[in-house]
Ligand binder design. Structure first.
Ligand code: CAA
Length: 260
């Protein structure tokens, strides 16, 4: 299917989604949101697709934020009435149980940083720059920046970023735990696809479960989280893929997964 603001390619079991508004530094307007929700729903529904990568077109930006031009003249009350930004979490993050990776190829500012943090992990180009500059516009993060950034890098750096609006480069983002790996810009998409292919080759139920468990760590007490983890382990132990995975290890061969 053709979209107005994104490109979608299937590469084997991996879906590559590219935000494609380079002239606006891939700013996230409502059409980008609608297109991403649709593309991720298609990815989620297709059993042959096991992992996705989200990146931005061009070398300059992953996404430079929510579209300021779209928001500038919007009547104030509409933001509240429409619960503006709510669909990013409810229709994209929560609706996607399969793993996906953000490949950040330049500026990831405001909503751009927030969308990257919605991914299961971030692989950054060495040119990537992260920031929550909303304060300079008289607002604050609205798509998770104050919450997900604080959980990722802790209070000191999150406060610094949100209050000064300064950018973090890729090296600082990796040191702070915001990104999992930094790679040369020229290798970014290939490296992200390689990571996605490795995930896509895993037993599919175990991939869903591992994602769910790590995310649960942000929502629960240690005791509840440990109980949840044991129960999920015990459920996975009853799957055909567990029997195959352990047999394949013992027999020194690759496992063949059934997803059940
Ligand atoms: N919304 C709409 N358009 C944007 C945009 C955005 N967030 N960011 C960049 N653009 C547009 C520019 O208006 C410009 O368009 P024109 O050529 O038509 O003028 C084009 O992209 C190129 O941008 P610049 O000329 O500004 O490029 P630069 O290299 O000089 O600067 C930049 C790059 C530092 C990223 C700068 O564009 C910038 O500061 N962008 C805004 C960043 C920002 O404030 N993001 C937060 C938005 S609010 C938000 O996201 C709320 C939330 O929490 C969800």
């Amino acid at each position: 299917m053709d979209y107005e603001t994104i490109l979608v390619e299937q590469k084997g079991a991996v879906t590559l989604v590219t935000i494609n508004r380079p002239q606006a530094l891939n700013a996230l307007n409502s059409q980008v949101l609608a297109d991403l929700i649709h593309a991720f729903a298609v990815f989620e529904a297709d059993p042959a697709q096991r992992c996705a990568v989200l990146t931005g077109s061009g070398d300059k930006a992953f996404a430079a934020g929510a579209d300021i031009k779209e928001m500038a003249d919007k009547p104030g009350a509409d933001f509240y009435a429409q619960d503006f930004f709510a669909d990013w979490t409810s229709k994209l993050v929560k609706a996607t149980r399969k793993p996906w990776i953000a490949a950040v190829n330049g500026f990831a500012l405001g909503g751009g940083c927030e969308v990257a943090m919605m991914a299961d992990f971030i692989i950054a180009a060495d040119t990537a720059r992260f920031g929550q500059p909303e304060i300079k516009l008289g607002v604050a993060p609205g798509m998770g920046g104050s919450q997900r950034l604080t959980r990722a890098v802790g209070k000191a750096k999150a406060m610094d970023m949100c209050l000064t609006g300064r950018m973090m480069d890729a090296a600082e983002a990796e040191r702070g735990g915001l990104v999992s790996r930094v790679v040369p810009l020229a290798d970014l998409v290939a490296e992200a696809l390689k990571a996605a292919e490795a995930i896509a080759a895993m037993p599919p139920l175990a991939a869903l479960a591992n994602k769910e468990l790590v995310n649960a760590a942000f929502e629960t007490t240690l005791d509840q989280g440990l109980l949840h983890e044991r129960r999920v382990f015990q459920i996975l132990a009853a799957t055909a893929d567990k029997a195959e995975g352990m047999a394949a290890f013992v027999e020194k061969r690759a496992g063949v997964w059934q997803g059940r």
